[in-house]
Design a binder for this molecule. Structure first.
Ligand SMILES: O=C(O)CC1=CCC(=O)O1
Length: 263
C-alpha cells in the first residue's frame, strides 16, 4: 500500500500484490467505485501475477482535486502509477471509465501496455446531457439523489434484489461529489473512436447482458475497432460483472492471460 504523486501533485492511493518479477496485470476502476471493485476477482486469479490497482483521482483514498478533470490527466495518472510500481509490458484491465483510460494509455504508452481487457466500456460513453446532469446533481445536491438510478444502470435484476446492493449503494454515496463530477467531465469530453481504431494489440472485451450503461452492442462496437479483438458476454450481469459474477470474470481473465502465455 502506498501513494504515488501525479504530475500535478495529486496523491493517488495504490496497492500492489505478487512477486516483483511476476507478469504485470493492472486494474483501473469505474466511476463511483474505488479499487475494492476488484476484491472478489483477485483471489480467483492465478498465483505469480504482479497485480497493481489504484484509486482514480477523486475516488477512494486518493486526493480530490477541484473538478473538472481531463481524460489526458487520468491517463497520465495511470502512467505515474505504472512507473512508480515498476511495471511495463502489462495486461491492462479497465472497467468503464477505467476502460477509457486503458485505451488512452495503450495509445500513448505502448511500452507499458502489451494487451488490454476492455470491460463494460466504449470509445465514447453517454451523452453530454447525461454527464452535465450528473455533474450538476453531484455538485449541488451530493451523491444520494443519483444513487438509485445509477444502481439500476450498474446491476442486473438478480443483484438489485440481493443482499449486497446496500454495500455498493453506500460506497457510491461515499464517493466525493467533486471527484465524481471531475471524472464525469473527463468522460463527457472523451471520444476515442479514432485513436482506438489505430490500436493493434491483443484485446479482450467483456460485456454484461444486463448492462444499462454500456450495453453489449456498444462494447462490441468498440472491440470491433481493434482487429483480432475477442468479445465475451457474461449473462445475467450488468455493468460491474467483476462484482456480480467474479468467478466467470476471473475465468475470462485467466484464459486470456493463458492465451498470452502469462503468467
Ligand atoms: O455510472 C454509470 O452510469 C456507469 C458508468 C459510466 C462510466 C463509468 O465509469 O461508469
Amino acid at each position: 500500500m502506498s501513494y504515488v504523486t501525479a504530475r500535478d501533485g495529486t496523491r493517488l492511493y495504490m496497492e500492489i500484490t505478487g512477486p516483483e518479477d511476476g507478469a504485470a496485470l493492472v486494474f483501473a476502476n469505474s466511476l463511483g467505485t474505488d479499487l475494492r471493485l476488484w476484491d472478489a476477482v483477485l483471489p480467483l486469479l492465478p498465483a505469480g501475477l504482479r497485480i497493481v490497482r489504484w484509486d482514480k483521482r477523486g475516488h477512494g483514498r486518493s486526493d480530490v482535486p477541484e473538478p473538472p478533470y481531463a481524460m489526458g490527466t487520468l491517463v497520465s495518472d495511470a502512467e505515474a502509477v505504472m512507473e512508480a510500481a515498476g511495471v511495463r509490458d502489462a495486461v491492462f484491465c479497465g472497467l468503464s471509465i477505467g476502460g477509457m483510460i486503458a485505451q488512452g494509455i495503450a495509445v500513448k504508452r505502448p511500452d507499458l501496455v502489451a494487451a488490454m481487457v476492455l470491460s463494460n466500456t466504449a470509445a465514447k460513453i453517454g451523452t453530454p446531457d447525461l454527464w452535465d446532469m450528473r455533474i450538476e446533481t453531484a455538485t449541488t445536491q451530493g451523491m444520494e439523489p443519483l444513487a438509485d438510478g445509477v444502481m439500476e444502470r450498474w446491476f442486473g435484476r438478480d443483484f438489485l434484489e440481493g443482499p449486497d446492493l446496500p454495500l455498493w449503494r453506500a460506497r457510491f454515496c461515499e464517493t466525493p461529489p467533486k471527484g465524481y463530477a471531475g471524472c464525469s467531465a473527463a468522460i463527457k469530453g472523451t471520444d476515442f473512436y479514432t485513436p482506438t481504431s489505430g490500436l493493434r494489440l491483443p484485446t479482450l472485451a467483456i460485456a454484461g447482458s444486463e448492462d444499462g450503461a454500456t450495453p453489449p452492442d456498444l462494447v462490441r462496437e468498440t472491440a470491433d475497432l481493434i482487429p483480432g479483438s475477442e468479445f465475451a458476454l457474461i449473462r445475467r450481469a450488468g455493468h460491474l460483472p467483476c462484482v456480480e459474477a467474479p468467478e466467470e470474470y476471473a475465468r475470462l481473465l485467466t484464459d486470456f492471460l493463458a492465451r498470452l502465455g502469462r503468467p
